[in-house]
Design a protein. Structure first.
Length: 433
Protein backbone atom coordinates (compact mmCIF):
# COMPACT_ATOMS: atom_id res chain seq x y z
CA UNK A 1 0.00 0.00 0.00
CA UNK A 2 1.27 3.41 -0.90
CA UNK A 3 0.75 6.24 1.60
CA UNK A 4 1.18 9.95 1.23
CA UNK A 5 3.95 11.49 3.33
CA UNK A 6 5.88 14.72 3.77
CA UNK A 7 8.45 15.44 1.10
CA UNK A 8 12.01 15.84 2.26
CA UNK A 9 13.94 18.89 1.09
CA UNK A 10 17.25 18.06 -0.59
CA UNK A 11 19.97 20.71 -1.00
CA UNK A 12 23.08 20.38 -3.13
CA UNK A 13 26.07 22.22 -1.65
CA UNK A 14 29.74 22.09 -2.51
CA UNK A 15 31.54 19.30 -0.72
CA UNK A 16 34.42 19.98 1.58
CA UNK A 17 37.82 18.52 0.88
CA UNK A 18 37.33 15.83 3.54
CA UNK A 19 33.97 14.85 2.03
CA UNK A 20 35.53 14.71 -1.43
CA UNK A 21 38.03 12.20 -0.07
CA UNK A 22 35.15 10.01 1.26
CA UNK A 23 32.99 10.20 -1.95
CA UNK A 24 34.66 7.32 -3.88
CA UNK A 25 34.15 5.00 -0.87
CA UNK A 26 30.43 5.85 -0.56
CA UNK A 27 29.59 6.05 -4.27
CA UNK A 28 29.57 2.31 -5.06
CA UNK A 29 27.22 1.28 -2.14
CA UNK A 30 24.83 4.09 -3.06
CA UNK A 31 24.83 3.02 -6.74
CA UNK A 32 24.09 -0.57 -5.68
CA UNK A 33 21.20 0.53 -3.46
CA UNK A 34 19.79 2.71 -6.25
CA UNK A 35 20.06 -0.22 -8.71
CA UNK A 36 18.14 -2.55 -6.36
CA UNK A 37 15.39 0.04 -5.88
CA UNK A 38 15.03 0.50 -9.63
CA UNK A 39 14.75 -3.29 -10.11
CA UNK A 40 12.06 -3.55 -7.45
CA UNK A 41 10.14 -0.65 -9.00
CA UNK A 42 10.34 -2.29 -12.44
CA UNK A 43 9.04 -5.58 -11.05
CA UNK A 44 6.15 -3.77 -9.34
CA UNK A 45 5.32 -2.02 -12.61
CA UNK A 46 5.16 -5.36 -14.44
CA UNK A 47 2.86 -6.86 -11.85
CA UNK A 48 0.48 -3.93 -12.04
CA UNK A 49 0.44 -3.88 -15.83
CA UNK A 50 -0.61 -7.53 -16.26
CA UNK A 51 -4.36 -8.07 -15.60
CA UNK A 52 -5.31 -10.88 -13.23
CA UNK A 53 -6.59 -13.97 -15.05
CA UNK A 54 -9.65 -15.82 -13.82
CA UNK A 55 -9.23 -19.35 -12.52
CA UNK A 56 -10.41 -20.80 -15.85
CA UNK A 57 -8.13 -18.70 -18.06
CA UNK A 58 -5.18 -20.45 -19.61
CA UNK A 59 -1.73 -18.95 -19.10
CA UNK A 60 0.31 -21.93 -20.37
CA UNK A 61 -2.03 -23.86 -22.67
CA UNK A 62 -5.56 -24.92 -23.35
CA UNK A 63 -7.43 -27.44 -21.21
CA UNK A 64 -4.59 -28.09 -18.78
CA UNK A 65 -5.40 -29.64 -15.36
CA UNK A 66 -5.00 -27.13 -12.55
CA UNK A 67 -5.46 -29.05 -9.32
CA UNK A 68 -7.10 -31.92 -7.47
CA UNK A 69 -10.50 -33.05 -8.69
CA UNK A 70 -13.77 -32.56 -6.84
CA UNK A 71 -15.24 -36.01 -6.21
CA UNK A 72 -18.93 -36.22 -5.35
CA UNK A 73 -20.64 -39.41 -4.19
CA UNK A 74 -24.21 -39.57 -5.49
CA UNK A 75 -26.97 -41.48 -3.71
CA UNK A 76 -30.29 -42.63 -5.12
CA UNK A 77 -33.12 -40.22 -4.31
CA UNK A 78 -36.86 -40.27 -5.02
CA UNK A 79 -39.15 -37.26 -5.43
CA UNK A 80 -42.45 -36.97 -3.59
CA UNK A 81 -43.74 -34.55 -6.22
CA UNK A 82 -42.64 -33.40 -9.64
CA UNK A 83 -40.55 -35.34 -12.11
CA UNK A 84 -37.14 -34.91 -13.65
CA UNK A 85 -37.56 -36.55 -17.04
CA UNK A 86 -40.23 -37.62 -19.50
CA UNK A 87 -39.62 -40.29 -22.13
CA UNK A 88 -41.74 -42.40 -24.45
CA UNK A 89 -41.61 -45.99 -25.59
CA UNK A 90 -43.80 -48.25 -27.70
CA UNK A 91 -45.08 -51.28 -25.82
CA UNK A 92 -45.25 -54.36 -28.03
CA UNK A 93 -47.66 -57.28 -27.76
CA UNK A 94 -46.37 -60.13 -25.62
CA UNK A 95 -45.44 -63.20 -27.70
CA UNK A 96 -45.37 -65.57 -24.68
CA UNK A 97 -48.12 -66.26 -22.19
CA UNK A 98 -47.06 -65.46 -18.62
CA UNK A 99 -48.34 -67.22 -15.54
CA UNK A 100 -51.33 -65.15 -14.43
CA UNK A 101 -52.66 -64.37 -10.97
CA UNK A 102 -55.67 -66.50 -10.01
CA UNK A 103 -59.20 -65.61 -11.13
CA UNK A 104 -58.31 -63.15 -13.89
CA UNK A 105 -58.03 -65.52 -16.87
CA UNK A 106 -61.51 -64.68 -18.14
CA UNK A 107 -61.13 -60.93 -17.76
CA UNK A 108 -60.42 -58.51 -20.58
CA UNK A 109 -56.63 -58.73 -20.60
CA UNK A 110 -54.05 -56.88 -22.62
CA UNK A 111 -50.69 -58.70 -22.74
CA UNK A 112 -47.68 -56.55 -23.51
CA UNK A 113 -43.89 -56.41 -23.34
CA UNK A 114 -41.77 -53.35 -22.58
CA UNK A 115 -38.00 -53.01 -22.75
CA UNK A 116 -35.86 -50.71 -20.59
CA UNK A 117 -32.34 -49.92 -21.81
CA UNK A 118 -30.53 -53.14 -22.83
CA UNK A 119 -32.32 -55.24 -20.21
CA UNK A 120 -34.47 -58.25 -21.18
CA UNK A 121 -38.11 -57.42 -21.95
CA UNK A 122 -40.53 -57.05 -19.04
CA UNK A 123 -43.97 -58.61 -19.39
CA UNK A 124 -47.02 -56.69 -18.26
CA UNK A 125 -50.71 -57.47 -18.29
CA UNK A 126 -53.41 -54.82 -18.17
CA UNK A 127 -56.59 -56.26 -16.66
CA UNK A 128 -59.16 -53.88 -18.10
CA UNK A 129 -61.99 -55.57 -16.22
CA UNK A 130 -60.49 -54.70 -12.85
CA UNK A 131 -58.44 -51.79 -14.26
CA UNK A 132 -55.27 -53.20 -12.70
CA UNK A 133 -51.77 -53.45 -14.19
CA UNK A 134 -49.48 -56.42 -13.43
CA UNK A 135 -45.72 -56.03 -14.03
CA UNK A 136 -43.29 -58.94 -14.22
CA UNK A 137 -40.61 -57.13 -12.22
CA UNK A 138 -38.21 -60.09 -12.03
CA UNK A 139 -38.70 -60.91 -15.72
CA UNK A 140 -39.46 -64.62 -15.26
CA UNK A 141 -42.88 -64.64 -17.02
CA UNK A 142 -44.57 -65.34 -13.68
CA UNK A 143 -46.93 -62.62 -12.41
CA UNK A 144 -47.78 -64.49 -9.23
CA UNK A 145 -44.44 -63.82 -7.50
CA UNK A 146 -44.34 -60.02 -7.96
CA UNK A 147 -46.45 -58.56 -5.12
CA UNK A 148 -44.82 -55.13 -5.64
CA UNK A 149 -45.82 -55.20 -9.31
CA UNK A 150 -49.59 -54.66 -8.94
CA UNK A 151 -50.92 -51.15 -9.67
CA UNK A 152 -54.42 -49.67 -9.90
CA UNK A 153 -55.39 -47.20 -12.61
CA UNK A 154 -55.86 -43.64 -11.39
CA UNK A 155 -58.83 -43.32 -13.76
CA UNK A 156 -62.02 -45.36 -13.88
CA UNK A 157 -62.02 -45.72 -17.67
CA UNK A 158 -59.71 -48.08 -19.56
CA UNK A 159 -58.90 -46.17 -22.74
CA UNK A 160 -56.14 -44.46 -20.77
CA UNK A 161 -54.02 -45.83 -17.94
CA UNK A 162 -52.19 -43.83 -15.28
CA UNK A 163 -50.21 -45.91 -12.78
CA UNK A 164 -48.30 -44.09 -10.05
CA UNK A 165 -45.22 -44.93 -7.95
CA UNK A 166 -43.93 -47.78 -10.10
CA UNK A 167 -40.56 -49.09 -8.88
CA UNK A 168 -38.49 -50.85 -11.52
CA UNK A 169 -34.93 -52.14 -11.58
CA UNK A 170 -32.99 -52.08 -14.83
CA UNK A 171 -29.94 -54.35 -15.04
CA UNK A 172 -27.10 -52.73 -16.96
CA UNK A 173 -23.50 -53.67 -17.63
CA UNK A 174 -22.39 -51.57 -14.67
CA UNK A 175 -25.02 -52.16 -11.98
CA UNK A 176 -28.66 -52.84 -11.14
CA UNK A 177 -30.18 -49.41 -11.62
CA UNK A 178 -33.37 -48.45 -9.72
CA UNK A 179 -36.03 -46.04 -10.99
CA UNK A 180 -39.25 -44.59 -9.63
CA UNK A 181 -41.63 -43.73 -12.45
CA UNK A 182 -45.23 -42.89 -13.23
CA UNK A 183 -46.41 -45.04 -16.13
CA UNK A 184 -49.05 -43.66 -18.51
CA UNK A 185 -50.47 -45.98 -21.18
CA UNK A 186 -52.34 -45.03 -24.36
CA UNK A 187 -53.78 -47.77 -26.63
CA UNK A 188 -52.79 -47.18 -30.26
CA UNK A 189 -55.61 -47.08 -32.83
CA UNK A 190 -54.04 -49.80 -34.98
CA UNK A 191 -52.81 -53.20 -33.79
CA UNK A 192 -52.36 -54.50 -30.29
CA UNK A 193 -49.64 -52.14 -29.12
CA UNK A 194 -49.54 -49.36 -26.52
CA UNK A 195 -47.81 -46.04 -26.34
CA UNK A 196 -46.15 -45.55 -22.95
CA UNK A 197 -45.28 -42.19 -21.45
CA UNK A 198 -42.83 -42.54 -18.57
CA UNK A 199 -42.33 -39.76 -16.02
CA UNK A 200 -39.15 -40.33 -14.02
CA UNK A 201 -39.28 -39.33 -10.35
CA UNK A 202 -35.85 -40.43 -9.16
CA UNK A 203 -32.25 -39.37 -9.69
CA UNK A 204 -28.76 -39.57 -8.16
CA UNK A 205 -28.12 -36.76 -5.69
CA UNK A 206 -24.96 -35.33 -4.15
CA UNK A 207 -23.65 -32.24 -2.39
CA UNK A 208 -20.57 -30.30 -3.37
CA UNK A 209 -18.92 -26.99 -2.53
CA UNK A 210 -17.82 -24.85 -5.46
CA UNK A 211 -16.14 -21.51 -4.90
CA UNK A 212 -17.21 -21.55 -1.24
CA UNK A 213 -20.92 -22.19 -1.93
CA UNK A 214 -22.80 -25.46 -1.36
CA UNK A 215 -24.73 -26.89 -4.29
CA UNK A 216 -26.97 -29.83 -5.02
CA UNK A 217 -25.55 -31.73 -7.97
CA UNK A 218 -26.98 -34.85 -9.49
CA UNK A 219 -27.34 -37.11 -12.50
CA UNK A 220 -30.72 -37.92 -14.04
CA UNK A 221 -31.03 -41.04 -16.16
CA UNK A 222 -33.73 -42.30 -18.52
CA UNK A 223 -34.93 -45.91 -18.24
CA UNK A 224 -35.83 -46.04 -21.93
CA UNK A 225 -32.48 -44.90 -23.32
CA UNK A 226 -29.84 -47.55 -24.03
CA UNK A 227 -26.89 -45.22 -23.48
CA UNK A 228 -26.13 -41.57 -22.95
CA UNK A 229 -28.97 -39.04 -22.73
CA UNK A 230 -28.06 -38.16 -19.14
CA UNK A 231 -29.10 -34.90 -17.50
CA UNK A 232 -27.14 -32.85 -14.96
CA UNK A 233 -28.92 -31.24 -12.01
CA UNK A 234 -27.19 -28.19 -10.52
CA UNK A 235 -28.74 -25.72 -8.08
CA UNK A 236 -28.02 -24.13 -4.67
CA UNK A 237 -28.17 -26.59 -1.80
CA UNK A 238 -30.85 -24.56 -0.02
CA UNK A 239 -33.14 -25.13 -3.03
CA UNK A 240 -32.88 -28.92 -2.90
CA UNK A 241 -36.43 -29.36 -1.54
CA UNK A 242 -38.06 -27.20 -4.19
CA UNK A 243 -40.15 -29.13 -6.76
CA UNK A 244 -38.51 -30.12 -10.03
CA UNK A 245 -40.37 -30.30 -13.31
CA UNK A 246 -39.01 -31.34 -16.68
CA UNK A 247 -41.99 -29.73 -18.42
CA UNK A 248 -41.29 -26.16 -17.21
CA UNK A 249 -37.84 -25.61 -18.76
CA UNK A 250 -36.27 -25.86 -15.32
CA UNK A 251 -32.88 -24.06 -15.60
CA UNK A 252 -31.35 -26.29 -12.92
CA UNK A 253 -31.47 -29.26 -15.32
CA UNK A 254 -29.62 -29.54 -18.63
CA UNK A 255 -27.86 -32.18 -20.73
CA UNK A 256 -24.85 -33.64 -18.92
CA UNK A 257 -21.83 -32.09 -20.70
CA UNK A 258 -18.23 -33.21 -21.00
CA UNK A 259 -17.19 -29.81 -19.65
CA UNK A 260 -18.94 -27.44 -17.26
CA UNK A 261 -18.11 -23.76 -16.78
CA UNK A 262 -19.56 -22.59 -13.47
CA UNK A 263 -18.69 -19.75 -11.08
CA UNK A 264 -15.57 -18.83 -13.05
CA UNK A 265 -14.19 -22.38 -13.19
CA UNK A 266 -14.05 -24.83 -16.09
CA UNK A 267 -14.39 -28.50 -15.14
CA UNK A 268 -14.01 -31.70 -17.12
CA UNK A 269 -16.75 -34.09 -15.94
CA UNK A 270 -16.59 -37.86 -15.63
CA UNK A 271 -18.89 -40.31 -13.85
CA UNK A 272 -19.24 -44.00 -13.10
CA UNK A 273 -21.14 -46.42 -10.91
CA UNK A 274 -19.59 -47.20 -7.55
CA UNK A 275 -20.35 -50.87 -6.89
CA UNK A 276 -17.99 -51.11 -3.90
CA UNK A 277 -20.74 -50.01 -1.53
CA UNK A 278 -24.23 -51.31 -0.95
CA UNK A 279 -26.49 -50.15 -2.35
CA UNK A 280 -24.47 -49.12 -5.38
CA UNK A 281 -24.15 -45.42 -6.07
CA UNK A 282 -22.70 -43.12 -8.66
CA UNK A 283 -19.53 -41.10 -8.46
CA UNK A 284 -19.14 -37.77 -10.25
CA UNK A 285 -15.74 -36.18 -10.73
CA UNK A 286 -15.07 -32.53 -11.64
CA UNK A 287 -11.49 -31.93 -12.78
CA UNK A 288 -10.66 -28.24 -13.11
CA UNK A 289 -8.99 -27.26 -16.39
CA UNK A 290 -7.93 -24.07 -18.11
CA UNK A 291 -9.24 -22.60 -21.33
CA UNK A 292 -8.91 -19.44 -23.37
CA UNK A 293 -11.52 -16.88 -22.31
CA UNK A 294 -13.41 -14.14 -24.08
CA UNK A 295 -15.87 -11.45 -23.07
CA UNK A 296 -19.64 -11.57 -23.38
CA UNK A 297 -21.82 -8.56 -22.60
CA UNK A 298 -25.33 -9.32 -21.26
CA UNK A 299 -27.84 -6.54 -21.78
CA UNK A 300 -30.98 -7.79 -19.99
CA UNK A 301 -32.13 -7.30 -16.42
CA UNK A 302 -33.41 -9.56 -13.61
CA UNK A 303 -31.41 -12.56 -14.89
CA UNK A 304 -31.12 -15.32 -12.30
CA UNK A 305 -29.42 -17.94 -14.50
CA UNK A 306 -28.27 -18.34 -18.09
CA UNK A 307 -27.43 -21.75 -19.54
CA UNK A 308 -25.59 -21.91 -22.86
CA UNK A 309 -24.47 -25.16 -24.44
CA UNK A 310 -22.23 -26.39 -27.23
CA UNK A 311 -21.72 -29.95 -28.40
CA UNK A 312 -19.59 -30.88 -25.37
CA UNK A 313 -19.71 -27.91 -23.00
CA UNK A 314 -22.24 -26.09 -20.83
CA UNK A 315 -21.86 -22.54 -19.50
CA UNK A 316 -23.89 -21.73 -16.39
CA UNK A 317 -23.96 -18.09 -15.30
CA UNK A 318 -25.81 -17.32 -12.07
CA UNK A 319 -26.84 -13.69 -11.60
CA UNK A 320 -24.35 -12.62 -14.29
CA UNK A 321 -22.56 -9.30 -14.32
CA UNK A 322 -23.03 -6.95 -17.29
CA UNK A 323 -19.77 -8.36 -18.70
CA UNK A 324 -18.61 -11.92 -18.08
CA UNK A 325 -15.50 -13.82 -19.17
CA UNK A 326 -16.30 -17.30 -20.44
CA UNK A 327 -14.47 -19.95 -22.49
CA UNK A 328 -14.10 -19.14 -26.16
CA UNK A 329 -16.49 -21.04 -28.44
CA UNK A 330 -19.88 -21.08 -30.17
CA UNK A 331 -22.94 -21.74 -28.01
CA UNK A 332 -26.68 -22.13 -28.20
CA UNK A 333 -28.79 -20.26 -25.68
CA UNK A 334 -30.34 -23.20 -23.84
CA UNK A 335 -32.25 -21.47 -21.04
CA UNK A 336 -32.72 -18.16 -19.27
CA UNK A 337 -34.49 -17.73 -15.94
CA UNK A 338 -35.52 -14.39 -14.49
CA UNK A 339 -36.34 -13.42 -10.93
CA UNK A 340 -37.71 -10.17 -9.57
CA UNK A 341 -39.96 -9.24 -6.64
CA UNK A 342 -40.47 -12.91 -5.74
CA UNK A 343 -41.68 -13.84 -9.23
CA UNK A 344 -39.94 -16.19 -11.64
CA UNK A 345 -40.05 -16.59 -15.40
CA UNK A 346 -38.26 -18.99 -17.74
CA UNK A 347 -37.52 -18.88 -21.42
CA UNK A 348 -40.25 -20.67 -23.35
CA UNK A 349 -39.21 -20.13 -26.95
CA UNK A 350 -36.47 -18.55 -29.01
CA UNK A 351 -36.40 -16.76 -32.34
CA UNK A 352 -36.19 -19.20 -35.25
CA UNK A 353 -32.88 -17.78 -36.45
CA UNK A 354 -31.31 -18.63 -33.09
CA UNK A 355 -32.46 -22.24 -33.37
CA UNK A 356 -30.86 -22.71 -36.76
CA UNK A 357 -27.30 -21.79 -35.89
CA UNK A 358 -24.97 -21.22 -32.97
CA UNK A 359 -25.23 -17.46 -32.91
CA UNK A 360 -23.61 -16.81 -29.51
CA UNK A 361 -19.97 -16.84 -30.57
CA UNK A 362 -17.40 -15.89 -27.94
CA UNK A 363 -13.97 -14.91 -29.24
CA UNK A 364 -10.67 -14.22 -27.49
CA UNK A 365 -10.61 -10.67 -28.83
CA UNK A 366 -13.47 -8.22 -28.90
CA UNK A 367 -16.75 -8.59 -27.07
CA UNK A 368 -19.88 -10.59 -27.88
CA UNK A 369 -23.27 -9.13 -26.95
CA UNK A 370 -26.12 -11.35 -25.74
CA UNK A 371 -29.51 -9.63 -25.84
CA UNK A 372 -31.58 -11.54 -23.32
CA UNK A 373 -33.53 -11.14 -20.08
CA UNK A 374 -35.92 -8.47 -18.85
CA UNK A 375 -37.71 -6.22 -18.57
CA UNK A 376 -40.72 -8.26 -19.73
CA UNK A 377 -43.64 -6.86 -21.69
CA UNK A 378 -47.19 -8.25 -21.77
CA UNK A 379 -48.51 -8.67 -25.29
CA UNK A 380 -51.99 -9.74 -26.44
CA UNK A 381 -53.05 -10.16 -30.05
CA UNK A 382 -56.73 -10.49 -31.00
CA UNK A 383 -57.96 -12.43 -34.03
CA UNK A 384 -61.59 -12.65 -35.10
CA UNK A 385 -62.90 -16.08 -36.08
CA UNK A 386 -66.51 -15.86 -37.10
CA UNK A 387 -68.43 -14.54 -34.12
CA UNK A 388 -65.58 -15.30 -31.71
CA UNK A 389 -62.55 -13.28 -30.71
CA UNK A 390 -59.36 -15.29 -30.11
CA UNK A 391 -56.92 -13.75 -27.62
CA UNK A 392 -53.25 -14.82 -27.86
CA UNK A 393 -51.07 -13.84 -24.92
CA UNK A 394 -47.27 -13.61 -24.93
CA UNK A 395 -44.75 -12.39 -22.38
CA UNK A 396 -41.81 -10.97 -24.29
CA UNK A 397 -38.34 -10.03 -23.11
CA UNK A 398 -35.20 -8.59 -24.64
CA UNK A 399 -34.44 -9.85 -28.12
CA UNK A 400 -38.09 -10.76 -28.68
CA UNK A 401 -37.79 -13.96 -26.64
CA UNK A 402 -40.94 -15.39 -25.06
CA UNK A 403 -41.10 -16.28 -21.36
CA UNK A 404 -43.52 -18.12 -19.09
CA UNK A 405 -44.27 -17.20 -15.49
CA UNK A 406 -43.51 -20.03 -13.07
CA UNK A 407 -44.84 -20.72 -9.59
CA UNK A 408 -44.17 -23.56 -7.17
CA UNK A 409 -46.95 -25.52 -8.88
CA UNK A 410 -45.62 -24.98 -12.41
CA UNK A 411 -46.49 -22.55 -15.17
CA UNK A 412 -48.86 -19.71 -14.26
CA UNK A 413 -51.92 -19.31 -16.48
CA UNK A 414 -52.31 -15.65 -17.50
CA UNK A 415 -55.78 -14.24 -16.86
CA UNK A 416 -57.77 -11.60 -18.68
CA UNK A 417 -60.87 -9.50 -18.04
CA UNK A 418 -63.08 -7.53 -20.40
CA UNK A 419 -64.72 -4.33 -19.15
CA UNK A 420 -67.45 -2.15 -20.59
CA UNK A 421 -66.80 1.10 -18.85
CA UNK A 422 -66.34 0.12 -15.19
CA UNK A 423 -68.39 -3.08 -15.49
CA UNK A 424 -66.65 -6.44 -16.01
CA UNK A 425 -68.44 -8.30 -18.80
CA UNK A 426 -66.11 -11.30 -19.31
CA UNK A 427 -63.02 -12.97 -17.88
CA UNK A 428 -61.00 -16.13 -18.28
CA UNK A 429 -57.57 -17.76 -18.40
CA UNK A 430 -55.26 -18.37 -21.32
CA UNK A 431 -54.49 -21.99 -22.14
CA UNK A 432 -51.16 -23.22 -23.45
CA UNK A 433 -51.10 -23.85 -27.17
Amino acid sequence: MLREGKARECRLEPATAREQDRRPKLLMPRIAILYRCLCQLAALTVLVAIPRATSAESTEGKNQPTGPAIVVDLAYKELTNGYVNVSSVTVESLPDTPKLPPNIEKNDLGRYSVRFKDAPPMAMVWDRTSNVLYLDLNRNLDLTDDPAGVFTNEFSFTNYGSFKNVHITVPTKEAEQPFLVDLNLFPLPVGSRLHANIQVRSFWQGKTTIDGTDHEIGIIDQPTEKSGALTLLLRPWEHRDQPLSASNSDPSMFVLPDELFFRGHLYALSHRFDTNKSPAGRRLELKETRAELGEIAITGKHIDRIVMTSQKRALVLDRPAPVERVPVGSYMLDNVSLKADGRRAVLSSRPQELLKSETVKVQSSGQTTLISGGPLTNSVSIVRRGKALVFNYELRGQGGMAYSLISGQGAVQPEFAVYQGDRKVASGKFEFG
